[in-house]
Design a protein around this ligand. Structure first.
Ligand SMILES: Nc1nc2c(ncn2[C@@H]2O[C@H](COP(=O)(O)O[C@H]3[C@@H](O)[C@H](n4cnc5c(=O)[nH]c(N)nc54)O[C@@H]3COP(=O)(O)O)[C@@H](O)[C@H]2O)c(=O)[nH]1
Length: 816
């Protein structure tokens, strides 16, 4: 097809692309179309013939037109600017240059066709896009939430800095693109990684799903993960995840939940009041304390819950003052309960203020003080009374005596103090147990109270010690009361169908002659009571000033006794035990002796009880035991073995490791256990039956003999004779003394001997002084005797001599 010149012009001017034809040699514009004229803001006519440099605006273009264009054939495509002469603006253009050879072989006949596409709009939209992108990035990076976008295949397209922070993405994952590593890292940060992985897989399967999940991360953060589909033209193209740190929120919520639980489950009664001090809420503890359901209480004024002496306004003024000064008010109030009851509560009422500082709400905490008040009352009672008997204790007695002394200054009257101690009450406790002893003490207290007038006062000081204040009393009244008390005590008591009587010792002091203060009067009455005990108990006596001197000498004696062992003032003597039938010595009782440089010969009857009271008997007894075992080993070594009997006190027997020590001693001196016998009193055997039996069994297993000393003077329970491994009974010398004339003693001794025989237990009579006694005992079937008739206890050396002289007294024969 051939295009006419007219048609070409129409096409040339019709195209929207600016074009001009430049003479390659002259560098002048030969032709320009109308689009070119519009682009540069000139007319076509103005442009044609114009040097091409006239339109150059950039240094690069100047260089371009200044160089040879011979090489331009395939065309040049570049971006540049042209100036619009009309507006003066630079217009960005997309420029193409094409070389055209007009006639063959004439290099001068060469043209350059320039086409320019205005890029203004394209560049503007490009800038707009970049600006939008940077805005979007800035927005993402400044977002408080972590954001991550991915496509439908799960490939990560973008995430922001916050996401990196929340998930603590390591630096290397920020520098290189590794979606799999990022996902693995994120999963590893979730506490339940497996569950999270499954959840993500499930979300990926549902492109249109909108999700919200709470994630607990290993770093302690709680994160809310939301995900929404990313839609392009209504179709899912990917997914946007956002992650919000809700740790604080979760903490607050947990705190609120906890507070609600505390409110609901608190044992304290709690109410919340509004700004007008009307009850808004109460907890179950409060309902319980009030005895009313919340509905009946909510809306009532807080002050209406209490029974108060003050009126409402006065009380609230006080409360407000507390709120102003400390933020709370605290005090004891009487709470109204259901059915007109009341209870005492401790109210702590705290004001909660709004931002402006006004009291918006208040919380009241109430603690029931009933138990505390009861305990307080009990403490006061206990402070003034004896818990066991309920009798007043020393405090009220002090007050009473102080008042009596004060009153006596006016009218000169006197009063008496009686110090009363139950005799051998320890035996009751030891044998029948403390609970039984406690019940006896209560009965005693009742009896004693019955002997007194209203104006007198009976107190228990502790243990088995009582003090009686006799109001307006002289020596005669005191004595008659003491006598009445003793008669009353001797009247049989009944407990658990057991009848018994109690003996007591009473010491008395008088005001004002024996002291002008309670402490002195009690001390002196106590001293008098001691003297009564020493004289044989079961009686009463008045304080005499020289008694204190006696007490002092007791203390001196105790001190001397403790020194005696180290100073060699103690010795062990041996008293022979003789076989009735043969007259041979078959054993010896070891008896301790003390000769003091100051006190002279002190009887064991005096110092053994002192040693028992002070606990020194443990040391003393261990020493006697060692001497006796050593001596018996010596007898055996001399070919004259004999059984040695050693007295063991209750305290010694109770010592842990007693059996082990005996066993070690026997081993140390090489004495076979059968040559040792332990003498125990009945009181020892009754201490704690079970524990006692274990020790006795262990001793029996060792092969040591056991005898019961002073048999018949204690409880003489047949039960333990049957149960325990006893080898011998020792008839007390008090029964032997009455033989053969006293029918009662004869009957007792006969009974003991018969019982021994029946139970196959040996019987020894002690304190045999006459042939008549020996014959009587022999006639009754008693096996052995011990007493002055044969010999008193003698030093070890004398005893050895005695054994070596068969002609002088009893012959010795070892028999066991
Ligand atoms: N725990 C320990 N107690 C001991 C020890 N040594 C002695 N005692 C106890 O002291 C009490 C008094 O003992 P004592 O003054 O030695 O009297 C004993 C004998 O000397 C005395 N006796 C012996 N024969 C006669 C006699 O014919 N007539 C008479 N009037 N008295 C006599 O009897 C006492 C022996 O008592 P007993 O032990 O009951 O067999 C006394 O209770 C001793 O037990 C010791 O080392 N440890």
């Amino acid at each position: 097809m051939i295009i006419s010149g007219h048609s070409f012009a129409a096409i040339w001017n019709g195209i929207d692309l600016a074009a001009w034809l430049v003479d390659g040699h002259a560098l002048q514009i030969r032709h320009a179309n109308e689009a070119a004229a519009r682009l540069v803001g000139r007319s076509v006519a103005d442009m044609e013939g114009m040097p091409v440099h006239g339109l150059v605006v950039t240094p690069e273009d100047l260089i371009f037109w200044g160089q040879s264009h011979a090489g331009i054939a395939a065309g040049i495509h570049s971006h540049t600017w042209v100036r619009n002469m009309h507006s003066g603006n630079l217009v960005p253009v997309d420029r193409r240059v094409l070389a055209i050879q007009a006639s063959e072989g004439d290099p001068a006949d060469r043209y350059l066709l320039l086409t320019m596409q205005d890029r203004s709009e394209h560049e503007a939209s490009q800038r707009e896009l970049e600006s939008l992108l940077s805005e979007l990035r800035a927005t993402l990076d400044s977002a408080a939430d972590g954001v991550l976008t991915c496509n439908l295949h799960g490939e990560i397209r973008a995430f922001n800095q916050r996401l990196a922070q929340i998930w603590q993405l390591p630096r290397e994952l920020l520098l290189r693109r590794d979606d799999a590593a990022i996902r693995v890292h994120m999963e590893s940060q979730v506490l339940d990684a497996e569950a999270y992985r499954l959840r993500l897989a499930a979300i990926a399967h549902e492109p249109m799903l909108e999700t919200t999940d709470i994630l607990h991360l290993r770093n302690g953060m709680t994160v809310e993960q939301r995900s929404v589909p990313q839609l392009i033209q209504g179709r899912p193209a990917g997914r946007v995840y956002s992650f919000r740190d809700i740790s604080r929120q979760a903490e607050v919520q947990a705190g609120l939940r906890l507070a609600a639980r505390v409110f609901e489950s608190s044992l304290d009664a709690i109410f919340i009041a509004d700004e007008r001090h009307a009850v808004a809420r109460i907890n179950p503890g409060c309902e319980q304390l009030l005895g009313a359901a919340a509905q009946g209480v909510v809306g009532r004024r807080v002050t209406a819950l209490f029974a108060m002496a003050q009126d409402d306004a006065e009380f609230m003024a006080e409360v407000r003052q507390g709120w102003e000064q400390a933020g709370f008010w605290e005090g004891e109030l009487r709470l109204r309960q259901e059915e007109d009851a009341h209870c005492c509560v401790q109210l702590s009422w705290v004001a909660l203020r709004d931002d402006a500082g006004a009291v918006a709400q208040s919380i009241g905490f109430m603690r029931d003080l009933s138990v505390q008040h009861a305990a307080q009352k009990r403490i006061e009672e206990l402070a003034y009374s004896d818990a066991l008997t309920g009798l007043p204790n020393r405090l009220p007695l002090n007050k009473r005596v102080a008042a009596a002394i004060e009153a006596s200054r006016g009218h000169g009257g006197g009063f008496a103090i009686l110090f009363l101690d139950l005799d051998r009450f320890k035996n009751v406790n030891d044998s029948l147990g403390h609970p039984f002893g406690d019940r006896v003490l209560k009965l005693v207290a009742e009896r004693l109270q019955g002997c007194l007038r209203q104006s007198d006062m009976l107190c228990r000081l502790g243990g088995d010690e009582f003090v009686i204040y006799l109001h307006d009393a002289d020596a005669a009244i005191a004595e008659s009361v003491a006598r009445r008390v003793q008669e009353e005590m001797l009247r049989p008591f009944m407990l658990d169908e057991m009848g018994f009587s109690i003996q007591c010792s009473i010491g008395m002091s008088l005001y004002p002659q024996d002291g002008d203060a309670l402490d002195d009067l009690i001390k002196h009455a106590d001293t008098a009571m001691y003297r009564v005990k020493e004289r044989g108990r079961g009686s009463y006596g008045f304080y005499q000033p020289q008694m204190n001197a006696h007490l002092l000498s007791r203390m001196k004696m105790e001190h001397a006794m403790r020194q005696a062992l180290n100073h060699g003032h103690m010795a062990v003597h041996y008293q022979p035990q003789v076989d009735m039938a043969t007259g041979c010595i078959v054993g010896a009782e070891a008896l301790v002796r003390w000769t003091d440089p100051e006190f002279g010969v002190v009887s064991p009857g005096t110092f053994v009880p002192l040693a028992e009271e002070s606990g020194y008997i443990v040391t003393l007894g261990a020493w006697v035991m060692e001497q006796a075992v050593k001596e018996a080993a010596h007898w055996m070594g001399c070919g004259t073995p004999l059984v040695v009997s050693v007295n063991v006190s209750a305290l010694e027997f109770r010592q842990a490791g007693f059996v082990e020590r005996i066993s070690a001693l026997l081993a140390q001196y090489g004495l076979p256990a059968r040559w040792l016998e332990l003498e125990l009193t009945e009181t020892v055997l009754l201490q704690d039956a079970q524990e006692m039996q274990q020790v006795l069994d262990a001793l029996a297993r060792l092969g040591v003999g056991l005898s019961i000393d002073d048999f018949g003077t204690g409880y003489s329970s047949l039960a333990y004779l049957k149960k325990l491994t006893i080898h011998r009974l020792k008839i007390d010398k008090s029964f032997v003394g009455g033989l053969p004339g006293d029918g009662g003693d004869c009957a007792i001794v006969q009974a003991i001997v018969s019982m021994g025989r029946a139970l196959r237990i040996g019987v020894v009579a002690e304190g045999v002084e006459t042939q008549a006694q020996r014959q009587a005992l022999q006639g009754m079937g008693c096996d052995c005797y011990q007493g002055f008739l044969c010999a008193p206890a003698m030093p070890a050396a004398d005893f050895r001599v005695r054994m070596a002289e068969p002609a002088t007294g009893a012959k010795r024969i070892a028999k066991r």
